[in-house]
Design a protein around this ligand. Structure first.
Ligand code: HXC
Length: 514
């Protein structure tokens, strides 16, 4: 073998070892896999083509004349998941803490460009101490280039980030721009400034996990969409998520042959939805009843639980579900629920995934805190998202649709394509009890007024003003459907909308209230 070939073999060996055996042991001891082990766990076996394996910075190549590491702390390449191409990068914490220097950043930016040009999803496996301190402005510039590419890719290819270790400083903003962020419990954290800096500046004492662990970001901040108990589970979830998504904005979503009968009746809906408007129930059970084989991937499950969003299939076609959750805060719309649903609808619209909206909500959440924190601005996002979306939109009013929430939740007025209601549902400016108290105030205040009279007026209001027949008569509903035919009517509606084309006026972009 020539000397050059020997050198190449040696370089490759060093590349495969990342930061070396003892740092790999440290990584394992922390309950973390190495970057290469993670790639293997994510992709279809044997499909990885590494690109830029030898691309390295001068720093890592010359430690006292010795090669320290090859690859600059990030592995980039192309692979297949469920037989479909993806581009990916995996940061290697064993090399300078996975920190982003000029070369590391260039490698990521290049793979992002390739993903955009070749129209395939981009997956980032993040494990990084942030900007590489010793490279100064060059590492900041590298981050800037990555952020720019994230924005260029947005709405063109699906972008997925998996946080598998610390993700500090600049490292958090690239994931924040991507479509879906995953975190692993106990071994991953995201924060702009760490506990030490916080202590110095605001004198608050906090540990890494409480500051930016998976629990905080999935339940409180809403930064992260999926939390997993292990790296293996997170990567499995990524594969499941990808199964619903098209390769890019010009490709159709992946349709499969469903073994769930499209004409399956759903009489169970009658028992799942309580007859009285105020009784809670779990909307997730309704979703699982309606979709193929009960398989539903909830997105942001722990955040703003009063609205449920996620992916499923109907007769093999991917759909996005947006549904009020009567089991949590009665399914009201508030600031966080509006943000959560609006961003999801925009994702579905970017990638031709029809949205099915299931409505059962008493309206927007009243309260000084909500008003002062801007429910007006946040609620407006949902209006914007539904009205600008040109994908097929199918809405079913299950029980109640009161006030602004009736309009906002995929109504005909915001360009819902097919709108249904169940026979016992109520559509009104407000709930019958509240309406009667306002409309019949003077009568109800009279001394001889009794509870029976109130009940009588409420029943009258429900019949005369809240019946779905009124909306259907006006053409605001396409049909009033029986509970048992809900699944098959949604599927029929999807079939008749499958070639939908909608032109919107030419403009650079709208100005959604952010
Ligand atoms: C260079 C870094 C580094 C960094 C870690 N390392 N972060 N090297 N630049 N940003 C190196 C360490 O020196 C160490 O090298 C190895 O990685 C492992 O780090 P440890 O500290 O030993 O690991 P651990 O105890 O697990 O702690 C991980 C950590 C901590 C929490 C990430 O390293 C840390 O706090 N790092 C700094 C995080 C940070 O503040 N980054 C923000 C940068 S500013 P050796 O050789 O000893 O193994 C920024 C601004 C960009 O990102 C703004 C853009 C909008």
């Amino acid at each position: 073998m020539s000397e050059q070939a020997l050198n190449l073999d040696r370089m490759r060996e060093i590349a495969l070892l990342g930061g070396g055996k003892s740092r790999i042991d440290d990584q394992h001891q922390k309950g973390k896999q190495t970057a290469r082990e993670r790639i293997d766990a994510l992709i279809d076996p044997g499909t990885f083509t590494e690109l830029g394996q030898f691309t390295s910075s001068a720093d890592s190549l010359s430690g006292n004349g010795k090669v320290l590491s090859v690859g600059d702390g990030v592995i980039t390449g192309q692979a297949e998941i469920q037989g479909r191409p993806v581009y990916l990068f995996a940061q290697d914490f064993t090399v300078m803490g996975g920190s982003v220097g000029k070369t590391h950043g260039k490698k990521i930016a290049r793979i992002m460009k390739m993903a955009i040009q070749n129209g395939a999803p981009l997956i980032g496996l993040n494990d990084s101490g942030g900007a590489r301190i010793q490279e100064g402005v060059k590492s900041l510039a590298a981050y800037g280039d990555i952020f720019y590419n994230n924005v260029q890719a947005s709405g063109v290819i699906p972008q997925i980030s998996v946080i598998m270790g610390p993700c500090a400083g600049g490292a958090v903003y690239s994931p924040a721009i991507t479509d879906f962020v995953f975190m692993v419990e106990n071994t991953s954290q995201m924060f702009i400034t760490g506990p030490e800096v916080i202590k110095e500046v605001t004198h608050e004492a906090i540990d890494f996990e409480t500051l930016g662990g998976a629990q905080i970001h999935t339940a409180e901040s809403g930064v992260v969409h999926f939390k997993s108990s292990s790296e293996e589970n997170a990567l499995k979830q990524v594969r499941w998520l990808l199964s619903f998504l098209p390769a890019n904005n010009l490709a159709p979503p992946p349709i499969i042959d469903s073994d769930d009968n499209p004409e399956r009746l759903t009489p169970e809906l009658v028992d799942l939805i309580p007859p009285t408007a105020k009784e809670p129930y779990d909307i997730q059970e309704v979703i699982e009843l309606l979709v193929d084989n009960g398989e539903f991937l909830a997105v942001q499950e722990d955040y703003a639980k009063n609205i449920v969003i996620g992916f499923a299939r109907m007769d093999g076609h991917p759909v996005g579900i947006v549904a009020n959750q009567p089991d949590h805060l009665a399914g009201v719309l508030d600031i966080n629920a509006s943000d959560k649903a609006a961003r999801f609808i925009r994702f579905c619209d970017s990638f031709h995934i029809p949205v099915i909206t299931l409505v059962d909500t008493p309206g927007f959440l009243p309260g000084v805190e909500q008003e002062h924190q801007g429910i007006i601005r946040h609620g407006a996002k949902m209006i914007f998202a539904y009205a600008e979306a040109t994908i097929p939109k199918i809405t079913v009013i299950l029980r109640k649709a009161y006030g602004g929430a009736y309009i906002v939740m995929g109504s005909k007025h915001l360009s819902g394509d097919i709108n249904f209601a169940l026979p016992d549902s109520e559509i009104a400016v407000m709930g019958p009890e509240g309406a009667v108290k306002i409309l019949h105030r003077s009568e109800l205040l009279k001394k001889d007024s009794n509870p029976a009279r109130f009940n009588e007026l409420t029943a009258q209001f429900r019949k005369n003003h809240a019946s779905p027949l009124i909306a259907a008569t006006e053409g605001y509903l396409d049909d009033i459907i029986k509970p048992e035919e809900t699944r098959l009517r949604i599927i029929k509606a999807m079939q008749l909308l499958q070639d939908k084309r909608q032109q919107t006026p030419a403009r650079k972009h709208g100005n959604i209230p952010l």
